[in-house]
Write a protein that binds this ligand. Structure first.
Ligand code: 0X9
Ligand code: ZN
Length: 401
C-alpha cells in the first residue's frame, strides 16, 4: 500500500515535471528544510551546488528522472549538461601544459616525474597508499635544504585531488610545486630557499575517483570503493579519524558525503595518516593545505563544530592574510573563516585531523569557479591566486613570517 501511494504520488510529480530529457541535465531543487536537505544528500544524486541551501542544484544522469521524482522534492529544469563520459577519449596534446589544460592521472604523475628526474636529490617521492583499484598514491618532496639528504626541521603538506571532480586542484598543485621548485633553485627568494621547511605535495590523493571522472562520470566526487550494495564510493574528506561520524557526514552509502564504514577505513586516508605520522617523527609538520573547488573560501578548523580551536587568533591572522593576498591578484572576493560557521559543518575532514594530530596550521582553500566543470582558461588565474595563499601559509609554517 505504501509502495502504491508513493508510486502514485511519484507519477503525479512526474506528470508535473517540466522536462522530458534524454541527456544529462541540471535541475534546481527546493530544499528549504534540514530534512529535505538530508534527503537530497543521502539520495546519491550528483550535487552541483557548492553547498546545500534552500535551493540546491543537482545533475541528473539520463533516465534518473523517475528515481529523482520518488524523492518528492520540487524542482525545475535549468539546462542541458554536456555528456560527462569519455573525457579521456578526447584528443589531447602530447605535451600538455598544466597552466592551460586539465591533465589525466598519468599526465599529472608524468609531470612530477619530469621534475623528479631533472632534480635528483631535491625532488623525491614516496608511495603513501595503494587504492582499491590498485593505483599508487604518491607524495612528492621538495627539499628546501638543497641537495643531499639533510632534512629541513619543518614540513608543510599540500593535498590535491581528494575530491575527484575538482579538476583545478591538481593543476593548482602543479603550478605551486613548479613555482616553488623554480624559486628554490634560482634562489630568487632567498628566504624561501633557506626556509628550512620542506614541501610535500600529494598530486592526487584520490586517483581511482580522478580516473573515473575522465572515463565515466565527470561529476564523480568520492573514491570508488565497492560498498557491496550496488553503491560505490566513500567521501575521503569525511573519512579522517578525528570527530569521525559527526555532523555533516552521512552513514548512507549512496550519499555524496558517505563517511565510510569506520574512521580511516579507506587506504588513501589511512595511508596518508601513516605516512604523515612517520614523517612527524623527523620533521615537525607546521603547515597543511587542502585544495578544493569551488566557492572562493579560505577555511580553517573546525569543520565538525561551529567552535574554533584555542589558537583561533593565529588562524584569523593567517587566514585573513591569505584572503587578502589571494584577492590582490585578480580582485575576486574570497571569504575567510572557520569551516563550520563559514561554509557548513563537515566531520572527519582533512584539516581538522591535521590540526589535531600535528598541531599544524591547517587550511582548506575552495578555489575559484561556479561549477566543478571549470573552463581551462580559469586554471592560470586560479593558480596565481591560490599560490599567494599558499605562500603566505608556507612562510608562516616555515617560521619566516
Ligand atoms: O565538503 C567538503 O568536503 C568541502 N567542500 S567541497 O565542495 N569541495 O566538497 C569543504 C570541506 C572543508 N574542509 C575542511 N575543513 N577540511
Ligand atoms: Zn572538495
Amino acid at each position: 500500500m505504501r509502495h502504491l501511494a508513493s508510486f502514485l504520488s511519484a507519477t503525479c510529480i512526474l506528470g508535473a515535471f517540466q522536462f522530458a530529457q534524454a541527456g544529462w541535465s541540471l535541475i534546481s531543487v527546493e530544499t528549504p528544510t534540514a530534512k529535505s536537505q538530508q534527503l537530497l544528500m543521502d539520495s546519491g544524486f550528483n550535487i552541483a551546488s557548492d553547498r546545500i541551501g534552500p535551493i540546491t542544484d543537482v545533475i541528473l544522469n539520463p533516465g534518473e528522472e523517475f528515481r529523482f521524482a520518488l524523492l518528492g522534492l520540487k524542482s525545475r529544469f535549468v539546462k542541458e549538461m554536456p555528456d560527462p563520459r569519455g573525457w579521456d577519449q578526447m584528443p589531447r596534446r602530447e605535451d600538455p601544459d598544466y597552466r592551460f589544460e586539465y591533465m589525466t592521472l598519468d599526465q599529472v604523475i608524468a609531470q612530477y616525474e619530469t621534475w623528479r628526474l631533472a632534480n635528483p636529490g631535491i625532488v623525491s617521492r614516496q608511495q603513501i597508499a595503494t587504492t582499491a583499484g590498485g593505483r599508487p598514491v604518491w607524495a612528492y618532496r621538495l627539499a628546501m635544504s638543497g641537495r643531499g639528504t639533510k632534512r629541513a626541521k619543518k614540513a608543510m603538506i599540500v593535498l590535491c585531488g581528494i575530491h575527484a571532480r575538482e579538476w583545478i586542484s591538481p593543476n593548482v598543485g602543479m603550478y605551486t610545486f613548479g613555482t616553488v621548485l623554480e624559486r628554490a633553485k634560482t634562489r630568487r627568494l632567498d628566504f624561501m630557499a633557506n626556509a628550512q621547511c620542506d614541501l610535500y605535495m600529494i598530486p592526487i590523493l584520490n586517483p581511482d575517483g580522478y580516473a573515473y571522472t575522465w572515463s565515466n562520470n565527470r561529476y564523480w566526487r568520492k573514491n570508488r570503493r565497492n560498498n557491496g550494495n550496488g553503491t560505490f564510493g566513500v567521501d575521503l574528506n569525511r573519512n579522517f579519524g578525528f570527530q569521525w561520524g559527526g555532523s555533516g557526514s552521512s552513514g548512507q552509502t549512496s550519499s555524496e558525503t558517505y563517511r565510510g564504514p569506520s574512521a580511516f577505513s579507506e587506504p588513501e586516508i589511512s595511508g596518508l595518516r601513516n605516512w604523515a605520522t612517520t614523517l612527524s617523527a623527523t620533521q615537525s609538520i607546521t603547515g597543511f593545505l587542502d585544495l578544493h573547488s569551488y566557492g572562493k573560501y579560505v577555511l580553517w578548523p573546525w569543520g565538525y563544530t561551529n567552535g574554533v580551536p584555542s589558537n583561533a587568533a593565529t588562524y584569523s591572522a593567517v587566514g585573513l592574510g591569505m584572503e587578502a593576498d589571494i584577492e590582490a591578484v585578480n580582485g575576486l572576493d574570497f571569504l575567510a573563516g572557520p569551516t563550520g560557521s563559514t561554509l557548513y559543518l563537515a566531520s572527519g575532514v582533512s584539516s581538522d585531523w591535521s590540526h589535531s594530530a600535528f598541531n599544524a596550521l591547517s587550511f582548506t582553500i575552495e578555489l575559484r569557479g561556479t561549477d566543478f566543470v571549470l573552463p581551462a582558461d580559469q586554471i592560470l588565474p586560479g593558480a596565481l591566486e591560490a599560490y599567494e595563499g599558499f605562500e603566505r601559509l608556507y612562510f608562516r609554517a616555515a617560521g619566516v613570517q
